[in-house]
Design a protein around this ligand. Structure first.
Ligand code: PSU
Ligand code: MN
Length: 306
């Protein structure tokens, strides 16, 4: 894969200086948020990471090249496009081989980040086990990737449209530590509460860096999921969200939506049903995750003490 990756000059310099880097995905830009909020958020997120002393590395495939670190023009091209591919592990090589343009999901972003030595990544919410997976078998490749690729993913929990208990079970099976950041409860993306206990709790970026350092000493280890609750003032309570989620899932079913289209469809339906409030929450949690990821990346560059 490394032959197909082109890091930007800024990313090359940051790597040479061993300065802290944070990977960012692009599916949230192309399939997760509408224009122009997607572009505004992408820029704000990069700014928030710089303000913490780290360098943002947004990842996407542009005309068959896997780019790490995008120009503002490239970001805008993606944010405005209607027809770019959504690339997970199964799609990445195809897009590169065919010279296509596409955004990377959590899974594909983890692959690219790891290939260039970036070990911290901020997203909104990871994919997981969909409700009804016992018949549809729809389980996001994000979980498989967390099980195999050593990158720390900072998210506001699994997206609440999923089956969260089953998602936690699969993460445990795949050997992925799930850490509630500053909370005993697993957050549920738009809401701070899921009613489920987080397997572990840590309260500082240094603690997360120490966990990553210890895990690096294991052979063949995968990723870590840091579940960072949405800020209180931006949250939509879980009982309120549940009605919107049920309605959006019903609409997806009625429209025959399946496979990789489910998540983008449901997110945009929920945006309509909440009259845009879900998007404000998504933006707030994304910024919150970017800041924490940057702090972890900075903490990783300090000597670890035991
Ligand atoms: N976080 C968001 N919005 C998103 C996503 C994450 O706030 O749209 C994207 C990520 O790229 C994640 C994908 O990998 O949704 C999950 O898609 P699927 O369920 O098809 O695996
Ligand atoms: Mn799926």
């Amino acid at each position: 894969m490394i032959d197909h990756i082109v890091p930007s000059r800024e990313i090359e310099e940051a790597r040479a200086e061993r300065s802290p880097l944070v990977a960012l995905e692009s599916t949230i830009i192309t399939h997760g948020m509408p224009w122009p909020q997607n572009m505004e958020t992408a820029l704000e997120v990069e700014h928030a990471i710089r303000a913490e002393g780290a360098t943002p590395a947004t990842i996407a495939v542009i005309d068959g090249t896997l780019k790490v670190g995008l120009t503002e023009g490239e970001l805008e091209g993606l944010a405005k496009s209607q027809d770019v591919m959504k690339l997970s592990r199964a799609d990445l090589a195809f897009a590169l081989a065919q010279g296509r343009t596409g955004s990377t999901t959590v899974a594909a972003t983890m692959m690219a980040a790891h290939a260039v030595g970036i070990s911290v990544f901020a997203t909104g919410g990871i994919g997981g086990v969909h409700r009804g997976a016992e018949t549809s078998f729809d389980i996001s490749a994000d979980l498989e990737e967390l099980g195999r690729t050593p990158v720390c993913v900072v998210a506001a929990g699994p997206k609440a449209l999923l089956d969260i208990p089953k998602t936690l079970e699969v993460l445990e099976t795949r050997g992925v530590p799930v850490i509630g950041f500053g909370t005993d409860e697993l957050p549920a993306f738009w809401s701070r509460h899921s009613g489920l206990e987080a397997p572990y709790r840590l309260d500082t970026a240094d603690d997360i860096a120490r966990l990553m350092d210890v895990r690096t000493r294991f052979g063949g280890h995968g990723g870590i999921l840091v579940a960072n609750p949405v800020p209180q003032e931006a949250e939509i309570p879980a009982d309120e969200m549940e009605g919107h989620i049920a309605a959006a899932l019903k609409a997806a079913d009625a429209d025959g939506i399946h496979g990789k289209e489910v998540t983008p469809f449901v997110l945009s339906k929920i945006f309509e049903l909440t009259a845009g409030r879900s998007l404000k929450t998504n933006i707030a949690l994304m910024l919150n995750n970017a800041r924490l990821a940057a702090r972890i990346a900075v903490a990783l560059r300090k000597p670890v003490t035991y």
